[in-house]
Design a protein around this ligand. Structure first.
Ligand SMILES: Cc1cc2nc3c(=O)[nH]c(=O)nc-3n(C[C@H](O)[C@H](O)[C@H](O)COP(=O)(O)OP(=O)(O)OC[C@H]3O[C@@H](n4cnc5c(N)ncnc54)[C@H](O)[C@@H]3O)c2cc1C
Length: 469
């Protein structure tokens, strides 16, 4: 597999040496060049087209924000900001760069971090960021017109809100953004009028030291009063190993010990739920229902050709094993121009027939079938290929299965079920999973005496569908 090509931009020689050294320890990565200022970053990015850039914010000649704006405006490349979180000025620059299209941010290594944790985080972040699809940000091309308002560092910090709010229930708008999301978050929030009669809850993936001042910056950028919520806790890497219903609470056991909760919504896949239920008689009815489920696999076949095999961005391939074609290089506009090849992903749902086949057999079958639709495949050279079999991708929709799909409410008054496999009336899809969450919330509210409805009713059937339903 080709190594991920990294450009390192950092003005401190000591820190730069450390970054380069750490990258050198991973055989999947290679440093293609290093530089110490924003202008060099732009020039090296233009000529070398790295897969990912690690970029400091405080740089001589041209700072990291301006370099990010230029790069994202002219030759978009995934950028990992490696910066210090020591003062609000630095933090605000980092957020400006994220809004300009940089993908993620990581704190610089500190002398006292000796356990190798930072190094692991850095290498994982580079790999993750290199996989993010970036798009052209036109801000740099627009000049000051497209620029975000300048963040004022003396803006007062909004007092933390108390949650849950007292008094009347209010409408809530929930937004979630992951790696690469801050820019989109700013755009969306700017479109929402200030003073609307709703509370906005935002969940964002961002390295911990950079999180608290982000609320202040977001407030300045969007005009909404923003407060950093404290009090809740998200336990990461804490797989649940058992759930124990008690009279007034539910005990949840994880690797870090047992915690008590008022209610639990169990949203794990069906095969995992069976292992978490209490081991006494009370779980028998649900276990009997779960015994009727079978997993269904999905196989992804990734093919890189040396030339374009079709101008289509995607296609549904009928009456063959391969089903869906996604022309992934079409989504990487800058890279497509750079190497004129085709990166294709084929997706095969319910891929039972492929599970026992070897990688070579699957590739032979996939390329043969693909050539039937796109004859250019016969001339093209397959540069590399990957096959990913997800054996437990979803559950199989077997005849009669619907009657075994459990409702959100269980025999334990404080435990509720969610997941695409529960009784949503929908197949194994993201929509089905979302609806199961609403249904679990409805069941929980009902158990507390609040008959609230969250599921949005289906649209009425029209046209041909009206004849069927
Ligand atoms: C390759 C692939 C392609 C797909 N394509 C599509 C598509 O195009 N369109 C579509 O609508 N759907 C698609 N699906 C299906 C869709 O992703 C699922 O229907 C949906 O994600 C199910 O959501 P869920 O919340 O029920 O379960 P999941 O998304 O599986 O979430 C369950 C979560 O529980 C966690 N978990 C499990 N055990 C434990 C434990 N012991 N402790 C703590 N956490 C635990 C898991 O880590 C996981 O995060 C696809 C699925 C796959 C695998």
């Amino acid at each position: 597999m080709a190594r991920i090509r990294v450009l390192v931009i950092e003005d401190s020689l000591t820190v730069r040496k450390r970054l380069v050294e750490v990258i050198g320890t991973d055989s999947d990565l290679e440093v293609v060049a290093e530089g110490d200022n924003g202008r060099t970053a732009i020039e090296l990015c233009r000529t070398l087209r790295p897969d990912v850039i690690t970029l400091d914010m405080n740089l001589p000649v041209m700072d990291g924000v301006s370099a990010t704006e230029h790069i994202m405006g002219h030759f978009p490349t995934p950028i990992l900001i490696v910066s210090s979180s020591t003062n609000r000025g630095d933090l605000f620059k980092t957020y400006d760069a994220l809004a300009a299209g940089a993908v993620d941010v990581l704190e610089k290594p500190r002398a006292e971090d000796a356990d190798g944790a930072w190094e692991k985080k850095f290498l994982a972040a580079i790999k993750l960021v290199s996989r993010i699809r970036v798009i052209t940000h036109i801000r740099a091309r627009l000049g000051s017109v497209g620029r975000a308002p300048v963040a004022r560092l003396d803006t007062p910090v909004v007092a933390p809100v108390s949650w849950p709010p007292t008094g009347e229930a209010r409408s809530v708008i929930a937004l979630g953004a992951s790696t690469g999301g801050p820019g989109a978050l700013v755009d969306v929030l700017r479109e929402i009028p200030t003073g609307i009669d709703a509370t906005l809850l935002v969940v964002l993936h961002i390295d911990e030291p950079f999180s608290s001042a982000f609320a202040d910056w977001l407030g300045v950028q969007t005009g909404h009063p923003v407060a950093y919520a404290r009090g809740g806790e998200v336990l990461l890497r804490s797989a649940v190993t058992a759930i124990g219903p008690k009279q007034d609470q539910v005990g949840v056991l994880t690797g870090s010990g047992e915690r008590q909760f008022d209610y639990v919504v169990l949203a794990a896949p069906f095969q995992n739920v069976a292992t978490l239920l209490p081991s006494d008689e009370s779980a028998k009815p649900l276990n009997r229902q779960l015994a009727n489920f079978e997993p269904s696999s999905i196989t992804g076949i990734h093919l890189w050709f040396d030339r374009e095999i079709t101008p289509l961005p995607h296609a549904v391939l009928l009456d063959r094993t391969i089903q869906w074609m996604f022309h992934k290089s079409k989504f990487h506009e800058s890279r497509e121009q750079a190497d004129r090849g085709s990166y294709i992903e084929l997706v095969v749902s319910a891929s039972k027939s492929l599970v026992q086949k070897s990688r070579e057999e699957i590739l032979e079958l996939a390329t043969r079938e693909l050539a039937e639709f796109f004859p250019a495949v016969l001339e093209a050279k397959l540069v590399k290929a990957t096959v990913i079999k997800e054996i437990y991708a979803t559950y199989a929709i077997l005849p009669g299965l619907d009657k075994y799909r459990p409702m959100a409410k269980t025999q334990w008054p404080r435990i509720f079920l969610a997941g695409d496999w529960t009784a949503t009336g929908w197949p194994a899809t993201m929509e089905g999973a979302v609806r199961s969450g609403y249904l679990a919330a409805e069941a929980l509210m009902e158990s507390r005496g609040h008959g609230k409805k969250f599921v949005i009713p289906d649209l009425p059937s029209t046209g041909f569908m009206k004849l069927c339903w």
